[in-house]
Design a protein around this ligand. Structure first.
Ligand SMILES: [Zn+2]
Ligand SMILES: [Zn+2]
Length: 427
């Protein structure tokens, strides 16, 4: 076993235990041994001075695209899991819309093996909801779960067949896993940016808010019918928030996520046909941004998830209509969310860490998301005051696609520990 570690003198912020104050953290055998005012022993411990830094449970992202297998020119499990570490994440959930999709137990096993070899963040595979993600036949959900899948999703596309979605929400209860839904009505799809004033001015086809809200409304009904766990991905539209608010009021097992970009950027970013701002669901209006921020504050939206979607520069440099959807999110997520929420006074730092670590662990029933003694020592040490410029050429990710290159942000991960092992250290 590795040497014990003492993280000395940091500001320990652990919303799962209502902790926010100076303390030491002792790590032994990969687990949190103690969190208290001053820890002296054991003699062989490695002491790391973290005074002036925030020590928090490692961030958890339930929605990333690591592109392997089939998209290794954009990202691999290795590069993606190290980008995650640099962003302060200790666990990510990998979406199955690879080539081929992760729709059988062998493919789930492949992701787990590649993740272990990468020695980056923990990577948990999400299985496809339907075979080939074609939306027709349900996968062998039980077999996927046995192989290590933590959820099912056809993300990239919705499960659009209402009967199939009903059966998924029923069947997944046997395994106590959620169905993660990319809510987008097929008949209203086909646009390339938010439908509104800006799309009209640019002459680009729009994706209306209703494309998302129609499916959210339908699925909330199915969650009520089945009592299954529906998790709505990347909520962007204020009308979706209204549906989710109703679901929460009824006490349904409905959870939801929002991305950092939807918490602060608007469709104005698409002006000049800026393909870096092309993402699905699209960046919407200031009114929608306000609505998703308020929903995250209220708990109507439970968590922040990046929907990290790497693409090469060549792919993004095409015309707006042809460029792929997606934003590279892992390495900017914390600081961008902080700018959107903490600097604007909407959430405290502790509440932000809750939405990025404790809450995702809690809603998905994971270990982690806490510094409680006995828990895995998945920890992030953040410099809360560091000012830095987003320079995509510094990304650990294989891709550079971000609409916020050149932005000055505050706060970032300095050390990330997974199972008590320092796996990332910023030079
Ligand atoms: Zn999606
Ligand atoms: Zn996605």
């Amino acid at each position: 076993m590795s040497r014990p570690i003492v993280l000395r003198g940091g500001r320990v912020v652990d919303p799962s235990q209502d902790l926010d104050g100076t303390a030491d953290v002792l790590i032994e055998d990969g687990r949190i041994e103690a969190v208290s005012g001053q820890i002296t022993g054991p003699d062989d411990a490695e002491v790391i001075d973290v005074a002036g830094k925030v020590v928090a449970p490692g961030l958890v992202d339930v929605h990333v695209h690591l592109r392997e297998p089939g998209g290794e020119h954009k990202e691999t499990i290795h590069t993606g899991s190290h980008a995650a570490l640099a962003g302060g994440f200790t666990t990510v959930w990998a979406m199955p819309n690879t080539d081929p999709p992760i729709d059988d137990p062998a493919a789930v096993g492949y992701v787990r093996l590649a993740a272990r070899a990468a020695r980056g963040t923990r990577v948990m595979p999400i299985g496809a909801a339907t075979i080939g993600q074609k939306g027709e036949r349900m996968t062998e959900v039980g077999e996927l779960v046995k192989a290590g899948a933590v959820a099912v999703s056809d993300d990239g596309a919705p499960v659009w067949d209402t009967g199939l979605m009903r059966r998924l929400l029923e069947y997944t209860q046997t395994f106590d896993i959620p169905v993660l839904q990319h809510a987008e009505d097929r008949e209203l799809a086909g646009g390339v940016m938010n439908e509104g004033k800006v799309s009209t001015e640019l002459g680009l086809r729009g994706l209306p808010n209703a494309a998302e809200a129609c499916i959210v409304a339908r699925d909330v009904q199915l969650a009520e019918l089945t009592r299954g766990h529906l998790h709505v991905c990347h909520v962007s539209a204020r009308q979706s928030v209204e549906q989710l608010r109703m679901a929460k009021e009824k006490g349904l097992r409905v959870t939801a996520e929002v991305t950092p970009h939807h918490l602060i950027l608007t469709d104005e970013m698409c002006r000049d046909y800026n393909t870096e701002a092309k993402v699905n669901p699209p960046l919407r209006t200031a009114e929608d941004v306000e609505s998703v921020v308020q929903a995250l504050v209220d708990g109507v939206i439970d968590v922040i998830a990046t929907d990290h979607a790497p693409h090469t520069s060549e792919e993004k440099e095409q015309e707006f209509d042809y460029a792929p959807f997606g934003i590279n999110g892992l390495e900017t997520a914390f600081a961008l969310s902080r700018k959107a929420l903490v600097d604007s006074g909407r959430l405290s730092l502790s509440e932000l860490i809750d939405r990025m670590s404790c809450a995702p662990a809690r809603i998905m029933g994971l270990e982690g998301g806490t510094l409680r003694p006995g828990s895995p020592a998945d920890i992030v040490v953040i410099d809360p005051d560091e000012r830095w410029i987003v320079d995509p050429s510094d990304f650990r990710s294989r891709s550079r696609n971000t609409p916020i290159a050149g932005w000055e942000l505050v706060g970032r991960a300095h050390r990330t520990l997974v199972g008590g092992e320092v796996r990332f250290e910023r030079a």
